[in-house]
Write a protein that binds this ligand. Structure first.
Ligand code: KIV
Ligand code: ZN
Length: 386
């Protein structure tokens, strides 16, 4: 089983979600929870972006013991110096430097040609090497870059001292086949590739971030960059909880494992959601409120007979303690209703049970959320009539 390292970017790319702004004590609280969740690397922020972010990264670097702490820097000496000041006291300081490699970014944003991008990257990695042992270099917009240019630049930044090479799908443009093929090509054509770790970083613009991450893993990536609840720029990043649970649930098929403590997922998800203000959609995979609820009568009947009929992820696995497993609503059947009314400890004859079920079905046609109080009222009425 190959070990996959989780690099969490909730506090950096996640904080780049429009409308999200975390102060340093909020960031520290999330970082401590990420450490409990067992993430290998915490990207704490972008120290050159603001004084507040510098202070947050420093506080996290000085506090966290069981995860590597890293911070983002442009390929600019002053950014690298700032990151070093924030990170120098942590156990394994890692810098994460990046430069764009796609024609559209090089021409319009950087106004540099390929040789200049190579030279700048090599210089910045060599400069970072004077301070940091661990250097991650990212080819921003890798998935829209020329593969042979990527081979040339990656070979050079490894020679300059990079220890991790990250190939981001910056704009969420790629597909699993293409993303996997890129990792394969890089692994087979960069002569010094065995000196480094390869990393994925997938955005979710086309809803493929998790699938692309998996394709990267299958083609040689041993680090995955993900965020809690999938928050991040635009449509977000690959969701940590989805990849970690996927690798656990389908270990029959995928020979990979992470060090994630899955029962900490719910607590981490709630914390990130509360502090960031980014609500988790109800039907979100793994952690949404509906992810562990069954409404249709057929499904409920199956689950009541054997949970595994319709449940591949138990709420307990991801630390959900208050799952509304059997959702009593319009589509519920008599089996689930019987289980529900048993909670009220009232003895009902068969006739009364049937009448209660009929009254319940009538209410579901006009009310979306049938509450325990509604059911109690039905039962009281049936009892008073008999
Ligand atoms: O999406 C991206 O390319 C990034 C880089 C800074 C790694 O977030
Ligand atoms: Zn990103």
């Amino acid at each position: 089983m190959t070990r996959i390292k989780i690099f969490d970017t909730t506090l950096r790319d996640g904080e780049q979600s429009p409308g999200v702004n975390l102060n340093k004590s909020e960031k520290l609280e999330i970082a401590k929870q990420l450490e409990k969740l067992g993430v290998d690397v915490i990207e704490a922020g972008f120290p050159a972006a603001s004084v507040g972010d510098f202070e947050a990264v420093k506080l996290i670097a000085d506090t966290i013991k069981d995860s590597t702490v890293t911070a983002l820097a442009r390929c600019v000496k002053s950014d690298i110096d700032r990151a070093w000041s924030a990170l120098k006291d942590t156990k394994n300081p890692r810098i994460h430097v990046f430069l764009a490699t796609s024609p559209i970014h090089m021409e319009h944003k950087l106004k540099m040609n390929e040789d200049e991008v190579i030279e700048t990257s090599v210089e910045c990695v060599a400069y970072a090497k004077e301070k940091f042992k661990e250097i991650e270099w990212s080819a921003e917009d890798a998935t829209r870059s020329d593969l042979d240019f990527l081979v040339r630049i990656i070979t050079k930044v490894i020679d300059a001292g990079a220890t991790v090479i990250n190939l981001p799908d910056t704009v969420g443009f790629t597909t699993p086949e293409e993303y996997g093929a890129m990792f394969k090509y890089i692994s087979e054509n960069v002569p010094n590739i065995e000196k480094v770790e390869l990393s994925t970083h997938c955005h979710n613009d086309l809803g493929l971030a998790v699938a692309n991450t998996l394709a990267g893993i299958e083609n040689g990536a041993t680090q995955i960059e993900v965020s809690m609840n999938g928050i991040g720029e635009r449509a977000g990043n690959a969701a940590l909880e989805e990849v970690a649970v996927l690798l656990h649930i389908r270990k029959d098929f995928y020979p990979y494992h992470t060090r994630a403590v899955l029962k900490e997922i719910k607590r981490t998800s709630d914390l990130v959601s509360n502090l960031s203000g980014m609500q988790v959609q109800r039907n979100k995979a793994v952690i949404g409120q509906n992810a562990h609820s069954h409404e249709s009568g057929i499904h409920q009947d199956g689950v009541l007979k054997n949970r595994e009929t319709y449940e591949i992820i138990t709420p307990e696995l991801v630390g959900v303690t208050d799952a509304n497993t059997i959702f009593i609503g319009k589509h519920s059947g008599s089996h689930a209703f019987k289980e529900k009314i048993a909670e009220f400890n009232m003895s009902l004859s068969d006739e009364e049970s049937k009448a209660a079920f009929k009254a319940f079905k009538k209410i579901t046609d006009v009310k979306k959320d049938v509450t325990d109080d509604d059911i109690y009222a039905i039962l009281m009425e049936i009892k008073s009539e008999s």
